[in-house]
Ligand binder design. Structure first.
Ligand code: NJP
Length: 240
């Protein structure tokens, strides 16, 4: 279909789960991909699959999205290789699901470092080039619990509410610069990440990563001048 032909797309957390499925779907649409995560071996595996799926070019960058130095280098090498960044997909995320009394400060900080600071740093790193070009799209994989809360998810929900606030304010701030800001808010999705949750329904009802990826593609492939703000996607049966 080539919906993303000549589009340079940075995807964080691209080494498995939802990020992998976004990478492979975008590859089929002919995008040039920059795949980001901390584990280089996993990234290389996805790079091979993305090239087989039709990606025009694939660069992998090992980086921790919560580290400003590594994120800045990621943006620099992406720009050096491709000359521009058209779409940033902020997808990397971590979650610890347990009662507040059992949540350690380390876990709390890890969630805020990746889910909130990581989105801030990656967005900040790509914005100057987008502003110079006068176009771009920041798409963040938030969560349906960025708008509602669940028991045993207080810290995680707090990070996703924070991300919703950050991106909604950013949308107003950079609209005039020609840059779109969109969010996908998925419900339970069958990934490694979701394996860490407790007290939730049986896995059979969950979304697949590719369901979320299709929502991201829908957002990313709108004509210029059309902005999809938020897409909430969840399983038909979601009783948690
Ligand atoms: O998670 P998982 P999902 N720096 O664990 C990477 C949201 N979400 O695909 O760094 C850079 O399979 C990690 O790679 P590595 C969720 O909040 C999910 O389910 O090598 N990258 C891997 O590629 C998140 O925002 C559900 O460990 C880092 C990827 O992130 C997004 O969906 C429901 C990193 C995580 O893959 C993708 O999650 C919902 C770092 N510091 C929202 N830390 C759900 N699954 O049910 C991790 O509402 N990564």
């Amino acid at each position: 279909m080539n919906l993303l032909k000549n589009q340079v797309v940075v995807i964080t957390g691209a080494s498995r789960g939802i990020g992998e499925d976004i990478a492979l779907l975008f590859a089929k649409e002919g995008a040039k991909l920059v795949l980001v995560a901390r584990n280089p071996e996993d990234l290389e595996r996805i790079r091979g699959k993305a090239l087989q799926s039709g990606a025009e070019d694939v660069l992998t960058v090992t980086a921790d999205v919560s580290r400003e130095d590594e994120v800045d280098v990621m943006a620099e090498v992406a720009l050096a290789r491709f000359g521009s960044i058209d779409i940033l997909v902020n997808n990397a995320g971590v979650g610890f699901f347990k009662p507040v009394t059992e949540t350690t400060l380390e876990e709390w900080k890890a969630m805020f470092d990746v889910n909130v600071t990581g989105v801030f740093l990656c967005t900040k790193a790509v914005l100057p080039a987008m502003m110079e070009k006068g176009s771009g799209h920041i798409i963040t994989v938030s969560s349906d619990v960025g708008r509602r809360t669940i028991a045993n998810g207080a810290g995680y929900c707090a990070t996703k509410f924070a991300v919703q606030a950050f991106t909604e304010a950013l949308r107003k701030e950079i609209r005039e610069k020609g840059i779109r800001v969109s969010n996908v808010l998925p419900g339970m999705t069958d990934t490694y990440f979701a394996g860490s949750m407790r007290g939730i329904p049986e896995k059979k009802d969950w979304l697949k990563g590719e369901d979320v990826a299709r929502a991201v593609l829908y957002i990313a492939s709108q004509p210029a001048g059309v902005v999809v703000d938020d897409v909430t996607i969840h399983p038909m049966i979601q009783d948690y």
